[in-house]
Write a protein that binds this ligand. Structure first.
Ligand SMILES: [Zn+2]
Length: 395
């Protein structure tokens, strides 16, 4: 398997190419932009650019030995680090480091085998101290084929999500401060604000914006032959201009994609919010785990798309919606429940507040119970909140 072609980001490509040809490409770059927008794919393209043996005015040639190896992610001077789940401890730091390297090479093999994957994970993952130590050791060696090397550190925010964060960040910082000659580092982050300031200040930022939805759609038609047109249409609309997100809405063999499952959960939340019976709402809330509020983030994001669509349909039949295919349900529901655009738009703020609580690690069951109560109050009861709350508890 080889990597799929890099889609979009022409301005950023031109800027990197120009800087490289002028000898000014910063040795530490931070690619930031929405999840799934193609940051890691872009970083691998930079790697190909650095390594290509017959560089063209438009970029890497795509046909030389170095390009072919880079496109297979098998070039010895293209190093790809990313967060992985922590393997069970093996009893000594050296053996733990070995275990992490084994996990990374397994995952790397999967990435080579299936280069197009949804940008989604429900695992707890980190860029562990031992991994960064390994990166430093690798960086101190001589290039494999030469003359240049690239180290990609993907989802660099994951440095802070674990207990040895400071150690790992310091280790990374040391190598970023004095990069070996002819060695480039590219970090990627969808939430650069969560990076440690010392790491962030060391890197030159480059923003990768969302792609136009039409580009996402064209890409899926070309590269994902298994999907039907309606499925592609829906995935592109919901993607927010990020191919990696779009992939999460497409079927994975017989199974629904992970984001499609989440979108359906969000739909059931909306239905529960509109349920006049409090019992249904509470049982829905209790289905959530009492821990791990961050995983709620995605459900709430997708609940927002449902509410915005409901508001759009309530405002006028022809307004564009994201959950294409659900228009009939949306307009029937808006009609039957006598829902209007303005209160619906206001109710979106209730969801946004819940998302903030989820970021603060509040018990998800409480967040959802509170959210459903408030939404129900705004959209169904349309009375004072306290009154509605006390009635729900009695019934
Ligand atoms: Zn080439």
């Amino acid at each position: 398997m080889t990597l799929h072609p890099l889609e979009g980001h022409e301005d950023a490509r031109a800027a990197v190419l120009r800087a490289f040809l002028a000898g000014h490409l910063p040795s530490v770059l931070l690619l930031h932009g929405p999840t799934g927008v193609g940051k890691q794919r872009f970083a691998l393209w930079i790697g190909q650019l650095l390594l290509c043996e017959q560089l063209q005015p438009s970029g890497p040639c795509g046909g030389c030995h170095a390009c072919i190896l880079a496109l297979r992610v098998e070039h010895p001077d293209l190093h790809w680090y990313f967060p992985v789940p922590r393997p069970p401890a093996r009893g000594s730091p050296e053996r733990d480091q070995e275990a992490l390297e084994e996990v990374r090479s397994e995952r790397l093999a999967q990435r080579r085998e299936t280069p197009l994957r949804p940008s989604y994970s429900d695992e707890v993952q980190g860029l562990h101290f031992a991994t960064i130590r390994n990166l430093r050791r690798e960086a101190s060696r001589r290039p494999g084929m030469g003359p240049r090397r690239l180290f990609l550190v993907a989802d660099a925010e994951a440095l802070v999500a674990q207990e040895s964060a400071q150690e790992a960040a310091n280790a990374l910082l040391k190598v970023l401060e004095e990069p070996p000659t002819d060695t480039w580092f590219v970090l990627t982050a969808s939430e650069p604000g969560r990076l440690l300031p010392t790491v962030r200040s060391r890197a030159s930022p480059l923003y990768l914006p969302p792609l136009p939805v039409t580009r996402v759609r064209e890409f899926l038609r070309r590269e994902w032959s298994g999907a039907g047109e309606a499925e592609i249409e829906k995935a592109a609309e919901l993607s927010g201009g990020a191919i990696g997100r779009a992939l999460g809405f497409l079927k994975d063999g017989e199974d629904e994609g992970p984001l499609e499952r989440t979108r359906q959960e969000a739909f059931f939340l909306l239905r529960a919010a509109l349920d006049p019976e409090a019992a249904g709402r509470f049982s829905r809330a209790l289905e959530f785990d009492p821990f791990g509020a961050r995983s709620l983030h995605e459900i709430l994001t997708l609940l927002e798309t449902w509410m915005r669509d409901l508001a759009a349909v309530a405002a006028g039949a022809e307004t564009p919606i994201l959950n294409v295919g659900a228009r009939e349900w949306l307009s029937r529901t808006a009609g039957e429940r006598d829902l209007h655009a303005l209160p619906l738009a206001r109710a979106v703020q209730v969801v946004e507040a819940a998302r903030e609580r989820a970021a603060g690690n509040v018990n998800p069951q409480l967040i959802v119970a509170h959210l459903l109560l408030e939404l129900n109050d705004a959209l169904v009861n349309r009375t004072g909140r306290v009154l509605a709350a006390s009635q729900s508890e009695v019934s």
